[in-house]
Design a binder for this molecule. Structure first.
Ligand SMILES: Cc1cc2nc3c(=O)[nH]c(=O)nc-3n(C[C@H](O)[C@H](O)[C@H](O)COP(=O)(O)O)c2cc1C
Length: 205
């Protein structure tokens, strides 16, 4: 594949991703597809490469039914093949020794010290980092799903406390997004964007 056609594919995937809210029920994503999609999402960039995302993958019908009231009865959480809850790690500093395991001891110690210094007594930084970095993986997840022939819809409309309780999510992780993925039963509603000139500020305010 030439560089140009690869770029074209990425552009098409970006342009073709839309929030689909109606799914064919009873469709299972083949395990190999799901693993590939999750693995592509996990290749997202992250501060210090701490990979703050965790993917809670829900495919079991009974569990999807449990999501329904938590997501204020948005039916897509039941009909989609899988619902991925993208979590952010509030203690991503703890994985630093593992991330830098293959570095020289000097580099590893330096990085771990730097990261521990940044995270020490700074819950605001930990939360910002968790949500920011998990969001990059969430976006890659949507695009990877689209590239593999599936649709999705990012969802913030759910009760986080109820989600945490029902699925036993440890305090260490903050839910950032609920993402149903599946085969579209109905095309997405068309959406528009604000004029680019309104969104772009050149040089300075
Ligand atoms: C953080 C976030 C939360 C959202 N929450 C919901 C939701 O709870 N339910 C829903 O149907 N769509 C939800 N959406 C989808 C948006 O409505 C949609 O992305 C937007 O209208 C643009 O449409 P498009 O995704 O098709 O381009 C959410 C999107 C984002 C990024």
């Amino acid at each position: 594949m030439t560089q140009t056609s690869q770029n074209q594919t990425a552009i098409e995937v970006i342009k073709e991703r839309h929030s689909v809210r109606q799914y064919e029920s009873g469709v299972k994503i083949p395990e190999a597809d799901l693993q590939e999609i999750l693995s592509l999402a996990a290749s997202a960039p992250s501060s210090w490469n701490l990979q703050h995302w965790r993917f809670l993958v829900i495919q079991d019908e009974a569990n999807k039914q449990k999501l329904l009231p938590i997501a204020y009865n948005q039916q897509q959480v039941v009909d989609a093949s899988a619902v991925v809850i993208v979590l952010g790690d509030l203690q991503a500093n703890l994985v630093a020794p593992e991330v830098y395991a293959s570095a020289t001891p000097e580099i590893r110690d330096m990085m771990v010290k730097q990261i521990e210094g940044a995270y020490a007594n700074n819950p605001q930084l930990a939360r910002d980092e968790a949500i920011r970095n998990a969001s990059y993986a969430a976006m890659q997840l949507m695009l990877a799903a689209k590239a593999k022939g599936y649709d999705s819809v990012p969802m913030g409309g759910y009760n986080p406390a109820a989600l945490i309780q029902e699925f036993n999510i440890p305090e260490r992780y903050v839910p950032t997004l609920m993402l149903p993925i599946g085969k579209a039963a109905k095309a997405a509603r068309p959406t528009e964007r604000l004029p680019l000139a309104q969104q772009v500020i050149n040089e300075r305010f």
